[in-house]
Design a protein around this ligand. Structure first.
Ligand code: UD2
Ligand code: MN
Length: 568
């Protein structure tokens, strides 16, 4: 399968000789003696200790010394002082499930691997540790190359000095390209049959590569993710990530970790078995070169950071592939609270632009929900997407409704029960539900005697006031409403309620009683039991008042009408 192996070793040995300045190599690994083993135990992970000790001092001392003089978080948004104090080849706990260590993989059957690491102004210590962990914990026969893409970092020698490491090839963007185009460039100059993308502040763990490659062998159209462990941004402790989670997102297209559905969890009895995920977290996944190319790589219109993970994942699922997590593969990543680098066009604009491109190409009519959640996206320019649309056409991909129904039903598209959804608007005024009182607080005094008649039980009944306020950008839940087929106006678990004792409109936990039933009369919302209409005359109070034709204060519009959408 891989006749190039002998040649690779020659190249490797040559490259290694250029390193002497700052890396002491363990000669036994790089002496050109080919490993004889055919079977790779995942517990050994190939050539461990490629570096018996790394004299990183020269490289590290050349970095930006400001790091050590001022706030250790200023440059990288993690504690670089601690990062710099740790060895490039430090040991980390083996966080796999114990049963993973017993698995055997037939190396001859697996693809060769390229690792693509892009970076922009990464700390030298974390960058070096990322590369050393790959070199030390990847079977050398499988590792074809590591392509390091320097995305226009201020100091070119951050990358240059690493170009002498075994198997490492450096590519530098003189102009900042952002992570998506940088990864494309890195993948283009790599040679392996499969490509693994990796952030520049990671540590791969024991036996990380073979479970990924083996999953790919079984399903060549899969995007295969490791479990991402946590490297603490303050202490750099390496911790196992806890529960079994998959990658998801909300209607704002923000990534989030989500638990498996009950059904998924119930069918998963073996902790070593691969499970499906709606999306990749982003930075860390394996893909077959052929499938990467078929899928059109990343959208070249994506800038700096954000949404490329959704683009890749929706495309993979909708166009005949999948996204899976191989839990026996573990890779640590430094999660941080803010971006440490600049965005030439501003962080918010860039992220919104990228997200809008994804919504426009992949979400079909469901893009309404995205715009509803992030209304400012409507003002955001997003460039030409005709190439991406043509790609989707060419690949004959499924619609987003198929994806929702089959891959990510737990996203909870509101169309299942709702007739309308979003902000309930009257010009630039919106109906606003207050937060319910916190459950641990003493139950608040109820406003009216007749409250119990609203039909709900429990002293914690989370009643809340409803007012009319200026419409916000829509990110908060307080202005998000749904109109159900049964005539409830819902906000999460609570419903718009009118009590017999007053004209005030309130939010109570939904209980399907008559005081929570509404019907539409043109643009009016009529409360069925009282015959009154939702009215803003006494704003900010929201009230139910006698219905009158053409009264502006009784005209309401939901921002998304759902009847036109396909039902799931
Ligand atoms: C997560 C992903 C990241 C990416 C991002 C969404 C994980 C662990 N991380 O954010 O890979 O999918 O979501 O876009 O899943 N970089 C460049 N050029 C730039 C900006 C960044 O090369 O202009 C590099 C950066 O140095 C890093 C990588 O891209 O190696 C990802 O950036 P990040 O670490 O800031 O992203 P992160 O982990 O917050
Ligand atoms: Mn990162």
């Amino acid at each position: 399968m891989r006749p190039r192996r002998a040649l690779r070793l020659v190249a490797l040995t040559a490259a290694a000789t250029t390193l002497a300045a700052f890396v002491v190599l363990n000669a036994s690994v790089h002496s050109g003696v080919r490993r004889q083993r055919k079977k790779v135990s995942s517990g050994v992970g190939g050539a461990r200790n490629a570096f018996s000790g790394v004299d990183a001092a020269g490289y590290l001392s050349g970095g930006r010394t400001r790091d050590r003089e001022h706030d250790p978080y200023a440059q990288h948004a993690f504690n670089v002082r601690v990062a710099n104090s740790l060895q490039p080849d430090r040991p980390i706990p083996d966080t796999r499930h114990p049963r993973c260590r017993g698995l055997d993989f037939d190396e001859e059957e697996l693809n060769t691997l390229s690792v693509v690491v892009t970076f922009h102004n990464e700390a030298r210590s974390t960058l070096l540790r990322t590369l050393v962990s790959i070199l030390n914990r990847t079977p050398q026969d499988l590792l074809e190359d590591i392509v390091l893409v320097d995305d226009a970092s201020d100091d070119p020698s951050d990358g240059l000095l690493l170009a002498g490491l075994p198997k490492v090839r450096l590519v530098r963007n003189e102009q900042r390209q952002g992570l998506a185009r940088s990864r494309v460039r890195g993948a283009d100059s790599s040679k392996g049959e499969a490509i693994f993308f990796l952030d520049s502040h990671c540590e791969v763990n024991q036996g990380w590569a073979t479970p990924l490659l083996d999953t790919l062998r079984q399903n060549p159209r899969s995007l295969v993710c490791p479990v991402i462990d946590v490297i603490d941004q303050d202490t750099f402790d390496y911790r196992a990530s806890g529960s079994v989670l998959k990658g998801g997102f909300d209607w704002g297209l923000h990534f989030r970790w989500v638990p498996l559905t009950e059904e998924e969890a119930a069918t998963r009895t073996d902790p070593t078995s691969v499970y499906r995920s709606p999306v990749v977290a982003g930075g860390l996944f394996l893909i077959a070169r052929e499938w990467w190319e078929d899928l059109g790589k990343y959208d070249p219109g994506l800038e700096v950071w954000g949404a490329e993970n959704l683009e890749m994942s929706l495309k993979a699922w909708q166009c005949g592939g999948s996204v899976e997590v191989a839990p026996c593969s573990r890779v640590g990543h430094v999660f941080r609270r803010r971006h440490p680098y600049t965005f030439p066009d501003g962080n918010a604009n860039t992220y919104l632009r990228n997200s809008r491109r994804v919504a426009e190409v992949w979400l079909d009519e469901f893009s309404h929900f995205f715009y509803e959640t992030r209304p400012s996206a409507l003002q955001q320019t997003y460039g030409d997407i005709s190439g991406r649309k043509a790609l989707r056409e060419r690949l004959g991909c499924q619609g987003f409704s198929w994806y929702l129904k089959n891959i990510y039903p737990d996203l909870g598209a509101p169309s299942k029960h709702d007739l309308a959804y979003g902000q309930l608007q009257q010009g630039n005024l919106c109906l606003q539900g207050a937060e319910p009182p916190k459950p641990h607080k003493k139950a608040q005094k109820r406003p009216h005697q007749g409250d119990k008649q609203a039909g709900h039980s429990g002293g914690e009944a989370a009643s809340a006031t409803v007012t009319v306020q200026e419409c916000t950008s829509g990110e908060g839940a307080g202005q998000r409403w749904g109109l159900t087929q049964e005539g409830s106006v819902t906000q999460g678990e609570r419903c718009l309620t009118v009590l017999t004792s007053g004209k005030r409109v309130l939010l109570y936990p939904c209980a399907a009683g008559p005081r929570q039933r509404w019907q539409r009369q043109g643009r009016r919302l009529q409360h069925i039991a009282s015959g009154l209409c939702l009215d803003s005359t006494n704003a900010p109070d929201a009230q139910a008042l006698p219905c009158r034709d053409a009264l502006y204060s009784q005209q309401w519009d939901f921002s998304v009408e759902l009847q036109a959408l396909p039902t799931l």
